[in-house]
Design a protein around this ligand. Structure first.
Ligand SMILES: [Fe+2]
Length: 170
């Protein structure tokens, strides 16, 4: 395994780990605020569990490649600037904006694991490749769920907004 290629893979794995830590933080904030959208809240809570196990999977790949959790970059990395921008939207107390931002963030995750799978394949690191394929499937399922449910979240928000007795935004 070439050292520089391995360094690329390790860097991207660390970025992905930081991204999933940020994802967990955002998803928890979002789920904690949602009151009137039980299906969305349930799906987010399910994805929080997936996100935690993804962090463990990534951690194991990093350790196996000789990296260490103590060298994780903090959340000021390149990708994280985008994550923070989206994170601000996810933490909006308006449910429609939050669901849109969640969908955008899932797609960044999909791109991240697509890159990691290709990198691991290039290095012949089948274990990292398999771990990232497993994670990618979860991110694709979450993105698809959010996209599929955006219309009903939007319409529920609009109906609640039109009713002065109800709280719509979350
Ligand atoms: Fe995700």
């Amino acid at each position: 395994m070439s050292t520089s290629m391995k360094d690329n893979l390790l860097d991207w794995l660390r970025d992905a780990h930081a991204m999933e830590q940020q994802a967990e933080h955002m998803l928890k904030a979002q789920a904690g605020r949602l009151e009137h959208y039980p299906a969305l809240r349930w799906r987010i809570e399910q994805h929080i569990e997936e996100t935690q196990s993804q962090q463990q999977l990534l951690d194991r790949c990093i350790t196996r490649l000789g990296g260490s959790a103590s060298t994780f970059k903090d959340l000021t990395g390149k990708l994280m600037a985008f994550g923070q921008a989206v994170g601000g939207m996810v933490m909006s107390d308006e449910v429609v904006k939050g669901a849109m931002a969640g969908y955008a963030f899932e797609n960044v995750e999909i791109a991240t694991y697509t890159v990691l799978i290709a990198a691991a394949a290039e290095l012949g690191d089948t274990e990292t490749q398999a771990a990232c394929e497993q994670i990618l499937a979860q991110e694709k399922a979450m993105a698809a769920w959010l996209l599929e449910h955006l219309p009903e979240v939007t319409q529920a928000f609009m109906r609640r907004s039109a009713d002065p007795e109800l709280t719509a935004k979350r």
